[in-house]
Design a protein around this ligand. Structure first.
Ligand SMILES: Cc1cc2nc3c(=O)[nH]c(=O)nc-3n(C[C@H](O)[C@H](O)[C@H](O)COP(=O)(O)O)c2cc1C
Length: 199
């Protein structure tokens, strides 16, 4: 079966972007694959009061307005569900994620859809996937005390059930182009368990 790769870019510059060049190279290495591209700089909305309320209403009980409010979030989650591998471009902005990438996270981390609370704590619902992150910075090194981006991204991806996360820099890719492409052993696209009270 051909893998489905979801490529997510979040760098503002197009032609000169280091992270976009790196996501290009990573996606090339994953061929043959069905590649879906989501460019986050094409204006994702921030979540607002209507969105926050709508996400807590069970699907069958939502008003048409509430369903419409969640439509983009539903689409973004469906893109992740349908993918085996996510390739995420991560340019470091002010020691953190660019706001476009954070806006995407706010739209896809949804209770009852990508995580749920259980008696033993939160449980991520998007298992069986891997993420390769194309990391670009002007000097902030991965894992350094001022790198707030990679620990956060690893944590929030784990929160929604994706624990297989690899960070790659241009220097690492140049030195060992095969490094991020070890065989992926995880069960792919395991369907989420049914949620009580949800269709
Ligand atoms: C708004 C902004 C904030 C930045 N903040 C940081 C930073 O905190 N640390 C750092 O090392 N580089 C920082 N940089 C530099 C970028 O991380 C660097 O240019 C990187 O290549 C950006 O990725 P891109 O080329 O894919 O856009 C910043 C750049 C911009 C535009």
């Amino acid at each position: 079966m051909t893998d489905t790769v979801l490529r997510v870019d979040s760098s503002a510059p197009l032609a000169t972007s280091t992270s976009r060049a790196l996501t290009d190279r990573i996606v090339e290495h994953l061929a043959p694959a069905h590649v879906v591209t989501r460019d986050l700089t094409a204006s994702l909305p921030f979540v607002d009061a209507d969105w926050v309320d709508a996400r807590l209403v069970p699907a069958a009980e939502r008003t048409p307005e509430q369903a419409a409010r969640l439509q983009l979030s539903d689409e973004l989650i469906a893109e992740i569900r349908a993918s085996d591998t996510l390739v995420i471009g991560l340019p470091v902005y002010n020691f953190m994620l660019p706001v476009a990438l954070k806006a995407w996270i706010d739209l896809v981390a949804r209770p009852g859809e990508t995580f749920r609370y259980t008696s033993t704590g939160p449980e991520g619902l998007l298992s069986g996937k891997r993420v390769i992150v194309a990391f670009a910075s002007g000097g902030t090194a991965v894992g350094s005390p001022i790198d707030f981006a990679t620990p956060y991204l690893r944590h929030v991806l784990g929160f929604i059930g994706i624990d297989d996360v690899t960070f790659v820099t241009k220097a690492e890719m140049d030195a060992d182009p095969k490094r991020p492409f070890r065989p992926f052993a995880g069960p792919r696209r395991r369907p989420p368990e049914p949620l009580p009270g949800r269709s």
